[in-house]
Design a protein around this ligand. Structure first.
Ligand SMILES: Cc1ncc(C[n+]2csc(CCOP(=O)(O)OP(=O)(O)O)c2C)c(N)n1
Ligand code: SF4
Ligand SMILES: [Mg+2]
Length: 303
């Protein structure tokens, strides 16, 4: 690495060899170990992860052979937020206050089947951190669409492209009035690290929504995971922000893109992914409209 490159890329505030042990069963380029390494750097072994059925439950393995250093409870698909709430309450009953309870779930387990228990835990302001890693489909069972799959995307159950919009779970959580909501991306581990640190020091229900490009599901080569994650932000499609005390703050990596002229063309993001191969001009126009509308909402929330 040249000196200039070393200056441009500050080192991550943790050792990437720690946290997730070698030999996990993830596909090459999987976003999950990237994000879990950051989670592990922030919480270390002082965390209990409650994980419903998803890719993570498979790739992290089962005790005593698991790849994650923190404790894991594997739970039924719909129940992550409910089990996490119970574990959190039980720890408090026993006077244990230095262990963090984290529900870690996919988009299917969050936006679809886990939505009722998630909404209940948010409404009760349970003292848990809920992390939704969003690979935008049911990947573990063979790439079926979820309500978080974006329009136009191919999945095995949307062979000609999904028609419906992407459900915005972070906004739904904001509407619950919980203490902390943030969006993040595996393309920006420093940003994710800072948000997890902040969440760690807040009491009550915290929600973090991580954009997580999946090579086999999105049909791209494994070396492009971080590039695609960054392009989602650079095109303005995925906006990084925090919502706390009734105020929305745009995060550093997304700030330049408040100015539409700074955003990269959406085509740069789409063309790298086979799942959008069949996308029509109309679809691209729809996506551009969605990006503009989403930024209008951000500006309204910031004012
Ligand atoms: C009640 C129930 N229905 C269906 C399944 C099968 N199943 C296991 S994992 C999974 C997909 C999970 O998708 P998501 O939450 O997005 O996580 P990902 O696999 O993408 O990581 C499904 C449908 C199940 N385990 N339990
Ligand atoms: S299908 Fe995607 S999310 Fe699942 S293990 Fe493979 S790369 Fe990771
Ligand atoms: Mg998924």
């Amino acid at each position: 690495m040249s000196t200039t490159q070393a200056r441009r890329k500050p080192p991550l505030p943790y050792d990437q060899r720690e946290g997730v042990l070698p030999g996990d069963a993830a596909c090459s380029g999987c976003p999950i170990p990237i994000a879990l390494k950051v989670v592990s750097a922030v919480f270390g072994e002082k965390a209990i992860l409650v994980i419903p059925a998803c890719c993570t439950s498979v790739i992290m393995g089962t005790y005593p052979g698991q790849a994650l250093k923190a404790g894991i409870i594997h739970v039924p698909f719909a129940s992550a937020a409910a089990v996490a709430s119970g574990v959190s309450q039980a720890l408090k009953e026993r006077g244990i206050n230095d262990v963090y309870v984290i529900a870690w779930a996919g988009d299917g387990g969050t936006a679809d089947i886990g939505m009722a228990s998630l909404s209940g835990a948010a409404e009760r302001n349970e003292d848990i951190i809920y992390i939704m890693y969003d690979n935008e489909a049911y990947m573990n069972t063979g790439i079926q669409r979820s309500s978080s799959t974006p329009p136009g995307a191919w999945t095995t159950t949307t062979p000609t492209g999904k028609v419906e919009a992407k459900k915005d779970v972070a906004r739904i959580m904001i509407a619950h009035g919980v203490p902390y909501v943030a969006t993040a991306s595996v393309g920006y581990p420093h940003d994710l690290y800072n948000k997890l640190q902040k969440a760690k020091n807040i009491k009550g229900f915290r929600f973090i929504h991580i954009h997580a490009p999946c090579p086999p599901g999105w049909r791209f080569e494994p070396q492009y995971t971080a590039r695609i994650a960054k392009l989602a932000v650079e095109t303005g499609l995925w906006i990084l922000y925090e919502y706390q005390d009734g105020k929305l703050t745009l995060s550093g990596p997304s700030r330049p893109y408040l100015d539409p002229s700074k955003r990269k063309p959406i085509e740069e993001y789409i063309k790298l992914q086979g799942r959008f191969r069949g996308a029509t001009e109309e679809f691209i126009a729809e996506i551009k409209k969605y990006v503009d509308e989403n930024w209008k909402w951000i500006m309204k929330m910031m004012s």
